[in-house]
Write a protein that binds this ligand. Sequence first.
Ligand code: ADP
Ligand code: MG
Length: 332
Amino acid sequence: MKITIIRSICVLLTVGMVAFSCKKAAPKFTTLQGNAQGTTFRFIFQDSSERDFSEEIDSLFRSIDKSMSLWDSTSIITQVNAGNTNLELDEPFVRVFNASERISKITEGAFDITVAPLVKAWGFSFKKDLPPPTDLQIDSLKSLIDYRKLSIHNGKLIRKKDNVSVDFNAIAQGYSVDAVAEFLEVKGVTNYMVEIGGEVRASGVNSRNEAWNIGIDKPIESGKRELQTVVSLKNQSLATSGSYRKFTERGGKKYSHTIDPKTGYPVTHNLLSASVLMNNCTDADGYATACMVLGVEKSLELAKKVGFEVYLIFENEKGEFEVKKSAGFEVL
Ligand code: ADP
Ligand code: MG
């Protein structure tokens, strides 16, 4: 992992009426940015001793990869998926599994970590000119999709059906954001913004002593990014799921990378992006994916039931972008 460190110019706190009477300079904010987990990250924080923590955060990323990266042949998740159920699971795995199970139950399976065989069949690793899978293939793969076939007992994964596999891709990024935020908090940092691949958690204030304002992108495909709106995060997380940038093309048609586990097909409704606002980023990330499966109205119901705020951008009958959001979702 390559990490770049940037120190921002310190903010001087002036006190009293005398123009030149200044307090000691406040600690500088540090920016760490780079690539990890197949995406980009940016952490901005203020540590009282101006430590940069890059080595510790690097090893934190490594330990998360060792637990749940499908791209690491030695990771716990890869070994479990290869059939080794005698393996001792680690704390990150158990935490993400438990959060996933909770989200699956409350969304009645709209969110499901056993979805990988369908994700593969719909082909993020396939060539574009291949036809989509047949109904028959989808039907047979659907027998491997059911989060209720997995549980954890005495720190080990119990599989009630052979070949059911685990895919944390829809929630691992949110968990990583929480892990970095919790690491900073343990170090005594109270002013921070942690962002990995667009999932964000922020606490306290930025270097201008203001709340952290985070943009939500317009759901457009082009490389250019345009802001739809801005949210002020007050010790909260914001996770966005969208079908506008990550999709696959099969037989000349575009398919979302979010699969409806009930039908076995990529979701096709008019919801383009779902942004979930709540205290922790693990759940926010998982619920954002669930919203993409559920569509506009059911997502609003889910937000009420669970107690999170949601901002939904969808395409209306006229082909225009329209927004629906929960009552407590405040934008600037
Ligand atoms: P987004 O950036 O849109 O939130 P994520 O990267 O969080 O997307 O999640 C997409 C990945 O989630 C897919 O590549 C797939 O591995 C997994 N996934 C797809 N559909 C589901 C689902 N219904 N439940 C859980 N995971 C899913
Ligand atoms: Mg997600």
